[in-house]
Design a protein around this ligand. Structure first.
Ligand code: ATP
Ligand code: MG
Length: 712
């Protein structure tokens, strides 16, 4: 077999990595330098040149999308059939562990048909355990308990390993123990458990451990910087005998610190695998010069780095374009028309990606894409109107609008929990069926069949909806939505959830208020009321629009989901302080650096064209606010930037401290013209000018450096 083919189109350092002798090897290199490429070629090389049988190889990727892609690429390299590839173990940590547990359920102490709990299922189970333990949810929020349990599992700590503790601690541990027992009894396995089970299985079962250590002669890991403690221990256990581990990663792209990923794993690699070889790749093949240099400049502002230089011999290409939008609609229009032009010029839609920091941002883009009839797909996260919390909120609105909507009734009658159990609901359901009436009506009947407590709880729920409906009569749509979120308890319910997930849900709910505020209802005489129109619109949007995965469509995703991928054309949107970097990260240096890494990840997805957008005014999470451009923008040297439109917000704040008061919307005082408001801005540095509308009625462009404008 001709193995030279495998070394074609690899540079010197890449070849060294691909053809390295067995042992521990770490490829530490920046974005787009060919880490994933090296990893796939390594697998091909092992099979072709070293005659390693495919079933003896285990490769871990970060997402299912990535593992599908990797499988495809190796298949091509090896010119192997799908069948030949089947024996190759490539997958995510979760996927691989699931496969192992299915094969060894007995040894792992699980029933054959064990069930996997997703995060929502897990939440419900935790809640159930709390009830069984007679703990009040108000004091012991299930979301927090769930978070605590996962935290322990990800550090490989069982309830029995924890010290008895006192007071609060004692109760936390009791809940964890009860949760473990319940899962075991019901044959249920949550995500963290998948890994922990296999880890323990290997640790405690020598025979099986040795069997797999022998079987997986070679272990390869992509995106190594984002492994957490348990994942890393799991890998070490698996390689303990042969130490053949091939890891590739980039400290500058570590973006899951908030979920327990430990960059220390990368730093400790040489310590944990003595004699490990470390190879650095320094040539970037993905991006044109301006893009790469702009990204390098941004990440250069981080202090805690291992330090790498990344260069390219690709042409400089077009500059990084910067668009200063008026608001989020202007931003969406600009982006979508840019993509339309790209497609008209003969490019594929799926070579274009639209990236954002927060999933809630997708809504406005989705609407614009829908109205332009441009197929798109949202990855890693549901489309806005399909998200569970949005459906919850819409169900309340639906009941306000139409009490007889059974679907809405079922969804929220006991959500958030208000003591209406499954038995009560079954009674209501039967009653509704027997009498051919809606559940709402059935819930209002009192035939003595239900306990006084159950009947009372139903009564209270009906009252709540009636009250909300009465209030809605005198309010606009947005206020109705806001009021509903508060009174129903939905907002408070999701606010209890501490992690990023809970925050996202709260943000999405707030975004629904924005959607309501911006909803342009048809005000024809015979048009239905605003609320019904809004609901109809939401139902339509939830069902349509999204293209199938195989279709050629524009790719929408959060920056987190974009890791490892590449696109010719990239729009990075919402680059504003407070949004990106995220508000939560502003206070803490550590988190700010993680945001900057995320920015680096985003920028380095672009191969040919990168456009960065920010809006002067944005309505997000229900609030309208003026926003200062992201600090990351000012970290890019001017020479790589082309401003598509005079920035409408002062960037002087970042380039010239003396003029930091000159922001859009600011009141200023001029010696001659008197008081005024800054309404426009253009240019940078010493050429910066602002337009001020003066109280006297005049509007003037003034050069900041000379104008002597004082804050009013
Ligand atoms: P990331 O850090 O974003 O995951 P990476 O280091 O894994 O990036 P790859 O995705 O493997 O980088 O490679 C980036 C691009 O460069 C890919 O399109 C790849 O095919 C190409 N590439 C890598 N090495 C070479 C090479 N020696 N010759 C030509 N193209 C290359
Ligand atoms: Mg990669």
């Amino acid at each position: 077999m001709d193995v030279t083919r495998i070394f074609e189109r690899l540079n010197e350092a890449q070849r060294r990595a691909v053809g390295a002798p067995p042992g521990a090897l770490l490829v530490l290199a920046g974005a787009g330098s060919g880490k994933t490429r090296v990893l796939t070629h390594r697998i091909a090389w092992l099979v072709e040149a070293q005659n390693v049988l495919p079933p003896r190889i285990l490769a871990v990727t970060f997402t299912n999308k990535a593992s599908r892609e990797m499988r495809g690429r190796i298949g091509k390299l090896l010119q192997a059939s799908d069948d030949g590839m089947r024996n190759l173990w490539i997958g995510t940590f979760h996927g691989l562990c699931h496969r192992l547990l299915r094969m060894h359920f007995e040894e792992a102490g699980l029933p054959k048909n064990f069930e996997i709990l997703d995060s929502d299922d897990q939440f419900r189970l935790v809640r159930r355990v709390l009830r069984e333990q007679q703990l009040d949810e108000a004091y012991w929020p299930p979301k927090q308990m769930q978070w605590m349990i996962n935290q322990h599992k990800e550090e490989a700590r069982r309830a029995r390993d924890l010290p008895a503790g006192e007071g609060q601690q004692q109760i936390l541990h009791r809940v964890y123990r009860a949760y473990e027992e319940t899962c075991q009894r019901l044959g249920m396995v949550d995500f963290a458990e998948l890994l922990l089970r296999v880890f323990e299985l290997f640790r405690n079962n020598q025979l099986l451990r040795e069997q797999y250590q022998r079987r997986f002669e070679h272990v390869l890991v992509d995106e190594f910087q984002d492994t957490n403690t348990l994942q890393y221990r799991w890998l070490r256990l698996l390689c303990d005998a042969h130490k053949n581990i091939f890891a590739v990663g980039d400290d500058d792209q570590s973006i899951y610190g908030w979920r327990g990923a430990r960059i220390e794993n990368l730093l400790g690699f040489e310590r944990d695998f003595p004699g490990a070889e470390v190879i650095r790749l320094e040539q970037n093949y993905r991006s044109s010069g301006n893009i790469l240099n702009a990204a390098n400049a941004v990440i250069g502002h981080n202090a805690g780095r291992l330090g790498k230089t990344l260069w390219t011999d690709a042409p400089a290409g077009t500059k990084v374009r910067l668009y200063a939008a008026d608001n989020e609609f202007d931003e969406a229009r600009f982006v979508v028309s840019g993509i339309a032009e790209w497609v008209q010029n003969g490019n594929r839609r799926d070579s274009a990606a639209l990236l954002y920091r927060s999933n809630a941002q997708s809504r406005v883009f989705e609407e614009q894409l829908l109205s332009e009839g441009m197929p798109y797909r949202v990855y890693g996260g549901l489309r806005f109107f399909e998200r569970a919390e949005i459906k919850d909120a819409l169900a309340y609105l639906r009941l306000i609008s139409n009490r007889d909507s059974d679907g809405a009734f079922e969804r929220v009658v006991n959500h958030p929990a208000r003591g209406i159990g499954a038995k009560t609901l079954e009674t209501v359901r039967r009653r509704a069926r027997d009498q051919q009436i809606s559940m709402w009506k059935a819930a209002g009947e009192s035939d003595g069949e239900l306990s006084a407590r159950a009947a009372g709880a139903l009564q209270k729920f009906r009252q709540l909806i009636d009250e909300m409906a009465a209030a809605a009569a005198g309010m606009d749509l947005a206020d109705t939505t806001e009021e509903m979120l508060a009174r129903s308890g939905l907002l408070a319910h999701f606010k209890k959830d501490r992690g990023e997930r809970g925050e996202t849900r709260v943000e999405n709910l707030e975004e629904l208020v924005s959607a309501a505020r911006n909803f342009a209802a048809d005000d024809d005489e015979d048009a239905p009321d605003e609320l019904s129109q809004f609901l109809a619109n939401a139902a339509l949007e939830a069902g349509e629009g999204q293209a199938e995965e195989w279709e050629d469509c524009v790719q929408l995703m959060s920056l987190h989901s974009a890791k490892g991928l590449e696109f010719d054309l990239v729009f990075l949107c919402g680059m504003e302080e407070g949004l990106f970097p995220h508000q939560r990260a502003l206070a803490e240096g550590n988190q700010l650096e993680e945001e900057r890494r995320l920015c680096y990840v985003g920028m380095t997805r672009a191969m040919k064209r990168l456009t960065l957008c920010h809006a002067a005014v944005r309505r997000l999470h229900g609030h309208e606010r003026y926003a200062r451009p992201s600090r990351f923008l000012s970290e890019i040297p001017d020479e790589h930037i082309e401003e598509l439109r005079p920035s409408r917000i002062s960037r002087i704040a970042q380039t010239n401290n003396a003029a930091s008061h000159l922001e859009l919307g600011r009141r200023v005082l001029h010696k001659k013209f008197g008081e005024g408001v800054v309404v426009d801005f253009e240019g940078r540095g010493e050429h910066a000018r602002v337009r001020v509308d003066f109280a006297g009625g005049e509007s003037k462009w003034l050069v900041c450096a000379y104008a002597e404008l004082a804050p009013a």
